[in-house]
Write a protein that binds this ligand. Structure first.
Ligand SMILES: NC(=O)c1ccc[n+]([C@@H]2O[C@H](COP(=O)([O-])OP(=O)(O)OC[C@H]3O[C@@H](n4cnc5c(N)ncnc54)[C@H](O)[C@@H]3O)[C@@H](O)[C@H]2O)c1
Length: 329
């Protein structure tokens, strides 16, 4: 049995807490938002995040982050990506050297353009940082539906240890040493999901969806490999796998926001209606800046940016993609 702190109390934090609890580990949840912890303590459920899923009473909550992380074998970071730096900052001085941290958030920091494990490393240089990613909607994990993910770390012994902690008969875990590949794939699939949703919102069909997924992973791979990722990671669970699920599922908030924009709503109206952080919007801007920095062509990402930030009508964005110079595949 491992002692584990989960930082964050949103849908993924709760889904992964249930999995770890089912695996026989001691789980303590901390959140910066007091009301999330009160909701768990009082109702053993969070109807906003995982309606109908009961949270067992022996999953503890702890409002004091110092107490929550004290003496833990593993700390899981499960806050939305924009809170990762601040949450890591909170841990400064509270954890020993070599503390195992597992990042679940997917995104690229907007100011630094850094993947999130690098953001965590800047704040906590002596921590042992791993990332978990893959096609894993919290709603399905919480309902114990079969799910496969990848855990990556620079230290393979730690990745294997975490594999044994997270794996279950319904949650199969692979290991990888390609942290960059896992993180760039996880962050940028949200941008392509916005595009897939926009196409759905316009009433387009399955052909364009399949094309966006296929050409999308191609442009994600172009950038990721320039940043040091391995091509095979981009075609694995945390790349192609996550891209497929995000572009196809109604659980995906990025796709849902895209649908609303495709139907004629502005970015702001779509975010308001989805009522959750739409991480693909931040990642879209970051991806465009990274594409410029690494001199990589990312046509889908470029058009998504023009729709989001320049008010280009979605139909024109699709025309722009269709009418590009004809090239070899
Ligand atoms: N939901 C999923 O199915 C899923 C699956 C895989 C990965 N992820 C990734 O996991 C991360 C968390 O996603 P999510 O869907 O659970 O939640 P979310 O985006 O709804 O995150 C909200 C959580 O962030 C935390 N938070 C909010 N304000 C904060 C603040 N000021 N300071 C610190 N923490 C704050 C809270 O605990 C809140 O519940 C995201 O990066 C997401 O991409 C989500």
């Amino acid at each position: 049995m491992a002692r584990i702190a989960v930082l964050g109390a949103g849908s993924w934090a709760l889904g992964i807490s249930l999995l770890l609890h089912d695996n026989g580990h001691e789980v303590t949840i901390w959140s910066a938002l007091q009301e999330e912890l009160e909701q768990i303590d009082q109702h053993h459920e969070n109807p906003n995040y995982l309606p109908g899923i009961m949270i067992p009473a022996d999953i503890h909550t702890e409002p004091d982050i110092a107490k929550a992380v004290s003496g833990k074998d593993i700390i899981v970071l499960a806050v939305a990506s924009k809170y990762i730096r601040n949450t890591a900052k909170h841990l400064n001085g509270l954890i020993p050297d070599g503390q195992i941290l597992v990042n679940l958030a997917k995104g690229i920091e907007s100011d630094s353009l850094s993947p999130l494990s690098e953001v965590i490393r800047e704040e906590l240089p002596n921590a042992n940082i791993c990332v978990l990613s893959g096609p894993s909607h919290a709603e399905e994990v919480a309902s114990k539906l079969p799910t496969l993910v990848t855990i990556a770390g620079n230290d393979m012994e730690t990745a294997k240890y975490l594999q044994s902690i997270f794996a279950s008969p319904v949650f199969r875990v692979y290991t990888s040493d390609d942290v960059m590949g896992i993180e760039i794939g996880g962050a940028l699939k949200n941008v392509i999901a916005l595009a897939a949703g926009m196409a759905d919102g316009l009433g387009y069909g399955d052909n364009i969806k399949a094309a966006l997924i296929t050409r999308g992973i191609r442009e994600i791979s172009r950038l990721a490999t320039c940043m040091g990722a391995k091509m095979q990671t981009l075609y694995g669970l945390s790349g192609m796998g996550d891209l497929i699920v995000t572009c196809a599922s109604m659980h995906s908030r990025n796709r849902r926001a895209g649908i609303l924009i495709g139907q004629g709503k502005t970015m702001e109206e779509a975010v308001e209606e989805v009522h959750m952080v739409v991480e693909g919007i931040v990642s879209a801007k970051a991806a465009l800046l990274l594409a410029e920095k690494y001199q990589v062509e990312m046509p889908i990402v470029a058009q998504v940016n023009r729709v989001l930030f320049d008010h280009l009508p979605v139909r024109e964005a699709v025309d722009n993609l269709m009418m590009r110079d004809l090239i070899a595949e």
